[in-house]
Design a protein around this ligand. Structure first.
Ligand SMILES: Nc1nc2c(ncn2[C@@H]2O[C@H](COP(=O)(O)OP(=O)(O)OP(=O)(O)O)[C@@H](O)[C@H]2O)c(=O)[nH]1
Ligand SMILES: [Zn+2]
Length: 195
């Protein structure tokens, strides 16, 4: 299922979600029939399907689709990839940036595919740590490069709007494989992403 301007949504899932979101609104003390909320259950049903569309997508297929033989063997970095995901504990957004690098070993991939892979895993219910590792594993297993590095910096609304209510906390997670395990290569990557 691809959700773009010509959005198509699974009818059964949408119908089921609409009915459940109507109940949610009632339980929260709202009137789902009042004018402003009339279409809200449907909008939320579609928004939630959009935000979890990653379950229907295959990161390896995306990378394989633009895998090219190339002798380039220096570090390739795509940094500042904006990221929007939802924490699996509260189903509230967390958002920030992903920085991804790999050192090719005979194959490169289309640069946009790196950003697409970030979205495939971000558009699910996540914890930031698992998201970081899933991006790394997909690239490692598909391109079999000399190494992969993923750093994610994100703010979690569940820590900002509720709970501990810390507005300025930033969570950084990282995962490294292959050559990024060594000090010099990792240090070069961290320097290039401004860390
Ligand atoms: N490790 C990790 N924790 C997360 C992530 N997103 C949210 N959390 C945390 O998940 C934890 C869930 O803890 P619980 O004590 O079960 O939930 P809670 O009572 O709502 O916790 P508070 O947020 O502290 O009020 C909280 O500490 C959240 O901050 C994430 O991506 N990674
Ligand atoms: Zn949370």
């Amino acid at each position: 299922m691809a959700y773009n301007k010509n959005e198509t949504y699974d009818e059964d899932i949408t119908t089921g979600l609409i009915s459940n979101y109507k109940d949610c609104l009632r339980l929260l003390g709202e009137d789902p029939e009042r004018e402003g909320l009339e279409k809200t259950p449907e909008r939320v049903a579609k928004a939630m399907q959009f935000l979890t569309q990653g379950y229907q997508q295959d990161a390896k297929e995306i990378l394989e689709g633009a895998k090219f033989t190339e002798a380039y063997s220096e570090m390739v970095i795509v940094k500042d990839i904006e990221l929007y995901s939802m924490c699996e504990h509260h189903m509230l957004p967390f958002f920030g940036k992903a920085h991804v690098a790999y050192i090719p070993n005979g194959y490169i991939t289309g640069l946009s595919k790196i950003a697409r892979v970030v979205d495939v895993f971000a558009r699910r219910l996540q914890v930031q740590e698992r998201l970081t590792h899933q991006i790394l594993d997909a690239i490692q297993e598909t391109l079999q490069p000399q190494g992969v590095a993923v750093v994610i910096e994100a703010q979690h609304l569940c820590m900002m709007m509720r709970g501990v209510q810390k507005q300025n906390s930033l969570t950084t997670t990282s995962a490294f494989s292959g050559q990024f395990g060594s000090g010099a290569t990792r240090a070069e990557f961290m320097k290039l992403i401004g860390k």
